[in-house]
Design a protein around this ligand. Structure first.
Ligand code: SAM
Length: 284
C-alpha cells in the first residue's frame, strides 16, 4: 500500500471542495461534453466508480477524479482518490448539483473520472491468426458506436477501426453505451484511403456487409485469415470505394418488412458468427 493510500487523500490535503458551477475547473470539465473541449484538452469523461477502477487497472491515465460529497467515506472512493493523487491528478469533492451539471444528468453517478484519450495507430495493427477487427464506415450515432465497442469487446475482437468521419468514441454518450469497454478495446481512426492501403499489406480478409451482398454471412470462411468485418454507414450503407475492395460482400438474410437491421445489431450478428469457432462457455 502506498503512503497516499494509507493516509487517504483528504489527509494529504490534495482534495479540493467545489460547490460553485462558476468554478473554472468545473467549467473546463463541463466543456468535455463538447467535442471541441475534448480535442483541445485530449481528455474525456467516464462516469461511475466501476468504470473508473477498470480504467485505472487497464493503465489509463487519470487527470481528475470528481466525486460526490456523500460518497467520500466509501473505501473504494478513498482508494481511487489516493491513486489519482499518486498519479499526479486532481481530486474534487463536489455537490450533487455540480455532478449533475458536469454529466448533464438529473441522477448522476457519484464518481466521474477524466482520462487522457488514447488512439491506436493503424500502422500498429498487425493482425494475427484468430484475430477479428471491426471497421466502421462513417458511423454517426454515438449509441450505435458505444454498443458496437461493447459488443466487439464481448465477442473477443481485437479492435475497432473508424473509417472516414465518425462520431467521437470519447463522447459522454458513446462512453456510457460502451459500459467500460472503451477502456478495453483499442480504437483506431483512418481515412478510407489509409484503410485500403493498410488492408493490402495486412494479410487480412475484409468481409464487408452490404444489403446487396451475394454471400450468405453464414457461409463465409472466417478461419483462413484474420478477419476485418466492415460495416456501412447507418443511412447510406457502404460506399462503392470500400465495397469493391472487400474480399467478400456478405448479407444477413432477413424476413419481414424491415429493409435492414440496425447497424449495431448487424455488427453483433456478424461478430458472433465470425468468432463462433473461438467462443466457448468455459470460464475466462
Ligand atoms: N439504407 C442503408 C443501405 O442501403 O445500406 C441501410 C444501412 S444499415 C441501417 C447499416 C449497415 O448495417 C449496412 O451498411 C450494413 O453494413 C449493415 N446491415 C444491416 N442489415 C444488414 C443485412 N441484412 N445484411 C448485411 N448487412 C446489413
Amino acid at each position: 500500500m502506498s503512503d497516499a493510500t494509507k493516509s487517504g487523500p483528504g489527509r494529504v490535503g490534495q482534495v479540493k471542495e467545489v460547490t460553485s458551477l462558476a468554478n473554472p475547473i468545473i467549467k473546463d470539465i463541463k466543456g468535455l461534453s463538447q467535442k471541441k473541449g475534448r480535442e483541445e484538452t485530449g481528455t474525456f469523461m467516464a462516469e461511475g466508480l466501476k468504470l473508473v477502477i477498470d480504467a485505472l487497472e487497464l493503465g489509463w491515465a487519470i487527470t481528475t477524479l470528481v466525486y460526490a460529497k456523500n460518497a467520500k467515506d466509501k473505501p473504494l472512493v478513498t482508494k481511487v482518490a489516493a491513486r489519482t493523487v499518486a498519479a499526479g491528478g486532481l481530486v474534487l469533492e463536489v455537490s450533487e448539483k455540480v455532478l449533475s451539471a458536469i454529466t448533464r444528468r438529473d441522477n448522476p453517478q457519484m464518481v466521474v473520472g477524466v482520462f487522457r484519450t488514447k488512439w491506436r495507430a493503424l500502422s500498429d495493427i498487425r493482425p494475427a491468426a484468430n484475430e477479428t477487427y471491426i471497421a466502421l464506415d462513417r458511423v454517426r450515432d454515438p449509441g450505435n458506436l458505444g454498443t458496437i465497442i461493447r459488443t466487439a469487446d464481448a465477442a473477443g475482437a481485437s479492435g475497432v477501426i473508424l473509417v472516414g468521419e465518425c462520431t467521437d468514441p470519447f463522447s459522454l454518450e458513446t462512453v456510457r453505451a460502451t459500459m467500460g469497454s472503451v477502456f478495453a478495446l483499442p480504437v483506431t481512426r483512418a481515412t478510407p484511403e489509409e484503410f485500403l492501403t493498410w488492408k493490402k499489406a495486412a494479410g487480412v480478409s475484409v468481409v464487408a456487409t452490404h444489403l446487396a451482398g451475394a454471400v450468405d454471412y453464414r457461409t463465409v470462411d472466417y478461419r483462413k485469415k484474420p478477419v476485418v468485418v466492415l460495416m456501412g454507414n447507418e443511412q447510406q450503407g457502404l460506399p462503392d470505394q470500400l465495397a469493391k475492395e472487400a474480399d467478400q460482400l456478405a448479407r444477413i438474410p432477413q424476413a419481414g418488412l424491415a429493409d435492414s437491421l440496425n447497424l449495431a445489431v448487424a455488427t453483433a450478428v456478424m461478430l458472433f458468427e465470425a468468432r463462433r469457432h473461438l467462443l466457448t462457455l468455459e470460464p475466462r
